[in-house]
Design a protein around this ligand. Sequence first.
Ligand SMILES: C[S@@+](CC[C@H](N)C(=O)[O-])C[C@H]1O[C@@H](n2cnc3c(N)ncnc32)[C@H](O)[C@@H]1O
Length: 248
Amino acid sequence: MFSNRLYSPLRYPGGKAPFAPFIAKIMETNGVTGGHYLEPYAGGAGVALDLLFHGHASHIHINDADPAVYAFWVAVTKHSTELLDLLESTPITIEEWFRWRTILREDCVASLVEKGFATLFMNRTNRSGILKAGVIGGKSQNGNYKLDARFKKDVVASRIREIARRQSDISVYREDSLRLLNRCSDFLPKQSLIYLDPHTTLRERGCIEITTSMMTTRPLPKSFNRRSSNGLGLFLMTTRKKFVPCIA
Ligand SMILES: C[S@@+](CC[C@H](N)C(=O)[O-])C[C@H]1O[C@@H](n2cnc3c(N)ncnc32)[C@H](O)[C@@H]1O
């Protein structure tokens, strides 16, 4: 149950978009198809977008604590015209790479849309899409691949347009995951799926404990460690003010 459909404008190493059909099946098995979907560690949000575009979720909630990732998702969902203008007018050159890196590092004043575009620019021109990694082809651009090797403007632009069309079905947050999980029952309907895909090290350390009403940073119960060891993260459904582990 894998997919090679891609809807995210961002590249994410280890992104879970290929597993979207599997997650759709989990929604179906647990009777939450057509409900809301929350991803507290959203990154490229490939799963969320796939579920939305294929009708498995009617509303997606994207959260990421990284201000650069957050700026990108706000730019796409709230300021897509300005973002698309920047995309069209910015040449993919090493000079521009240095310029957008300065903005990403917050070494100069920039608008939220510019910060969002800086995230996109660095994500598409850096090795493995890592924001703090080096540029593809090196700073002297004498590698086999140049910095534009993974930056197909027309493909990225059409993904941004598709997402912008569904902006009213997408909520974007920049909160610590545990804080958001502790309050998400206030805005999620009963029919919801939460998918936790934290960074591997956080998962391996078993840093998240799930109780019926809240999340803390104490170790996971053994059953959840087993569940997360399949590398796919954790699936939770909300019921009123409670988290219930899903049948995967
Ligand atoms: C493994 S990536 C998620 C990848 C995503 N599932 C995908 O398929 O693209 C983890 C993401 O969680 C974010 N993150 C890390 N710690 C966080 C926290 N405490 N709260 C919210 N987001 C966090 C990181 O910025 C990163 O984008």
